[in-house]
Design a protein. Structure first.
Length: 350
């Protein structure tokens, strides 16, 4: 299970741009990757040439743009090492000066950022360059621009910007009003937290479900004994049971069940639909349920440092779990999961 899920991650990350208009999408283009979610919001990230990544410190340029005529454009610089000056384009100072970063979540904050018209001017300046150099406390860090134009062209195509005044490449005379609006995100289910299970009820449900489903999980157990487990109230009638069945270096496999509180031995496999683009990827890696939000989260690492992998999140809707969020970074460049490209999002009800 663990090896299969990580192999699927690699396959997803290696995917091409054969169906540019179909979203969600994720594609590698030379030393860049581009991803667009179900609303056509897109992210492009530099991944650095492999030869340069081995020889020098690397950093990432991250370009995000919302869909629609007025979609916000943002460019950010992310680096493990503290910056000691502005990036250099092929060794020369940039004409467009970057501002201090605005995004601070995670251990690798945004060093520099730029948005709007200034971001467009920066992208126009970078288009004919080969690589960007960033002076850092550990020396000169590098990121490749090979593939950036292809990535931005794909973003423009997905968002319907080609031939318009809003395009990042292949601008035209068509007005911004001709750009299609963003696709509507599906609504997220509302959650009303039920009364938590007592310690006694939690133990009773867990033990009953574990025994009733033994034939499901026993074959996956590496060591003798019972799988670790947790039980949570989903409503006043039903519980969620999470069983941890197998662990590798930094990912674990799980079996999840929904069980009637009055007859937990009648447990059934939890209703957790696949998130588009993440076919055949059940909750895996590190799986948690948050009783305050009703969210079931899955965080799978492709390396121990946590710089790449995929996240998925569902919310209980009264019958099962509906997908509400997914993100992925298939290339291990040390970027915090908070800034991985989003592939699926929902709209919260107000």
């Amino acid at each position: 299970m663990i090896r299969r899920s990580l192999a699927l991650l690699v396959a997803l990350a290696a995917g091409g741009a054969n169906a540019a208009e179909q979203v969600p999408l994720y594609s590698n283009l030379k030393d860049w990757l581009v991803a667009c979610d179900n609303t056509r919001q897109c992210t492009a990230i530099s991944t650095a040439a492999e030869s340069e990544a081995e020889a020098t410190p690397i950093w990432s340029l991250r370009i995000t743009r919302e869909a629609g005529p007025d979609g916000l454009l943002h460019v950010g610089v992310f680096s493990y090492n503290e910056a000691r000056g502005q990036p250099l384009l092929d060794g020369k100072p940039l004409q467009v000066k970057l501002q201090p970063g605005q995004l601070t979540e995670g251990s690798v904050p945004e060093m520099y950022s730029i948005a709007g018209a200034d971001a467009e001017a920066l992208i126009a300046e970078l288009r004919n360059g080969q690589r960007l150099l960033l002076p850092t406390e550990e020396g000169e860090a590098v990121t490749s621009l090979s593939g950036m134009s292809a990535a931005l062209l794909l973003m423009d195509s997905v968002q319907g910007r080609l031939g318009t005044t809003t395009a990042l490449l292949r601008k035209g005379n068509n007005p911004a009003s001709s750009v299609p609006p963003a696709l509507a995100a599906p609504p997220a289910p509302t959650w009303q937290a039920p009364k938590p299970l007592s310690e006694a009820d939690s133990k009773r449900v867990l033990e009953a479900v574990r025994e009733a489903t033994r034939s499901d999980w026993e074959k996956d157990m590496v060591e003798a004994g019972l799988p670790e487990g947790q039980a949570f109230a989903l409503s006043d009638r039903e519980a969620l049971v999470i069983l941890k069945t197998e662990c590798g270096a930094y990912n674990c496999a799980y079996s999840l069940y929904q069980a009637p509180l009055d007859q937990p031995q009648q447990a059934r496999k939890a209703s957790i639909p696949e998130i588009p683009v993440f076919e055949d990827l059940p909750p895996h890696g590190s799986v948690e349920f948050d009783p305050a939000s009703g969210d079931l989260s899955s965080f799978t690492l492709a390396m121990g440092m946590g710089g790449c992998g995929f996240t998925q999140r569902w919310r209980y809707d009264g019958k099962g779990f509906a997908p509400i969020h997914a993100s992925m970074l298939g290339t291990c460049i040390g970027l915090d999961s908070a800034y991985w490209p989003v592939l699926w999002r929902t709209a919260e009800k107000r």
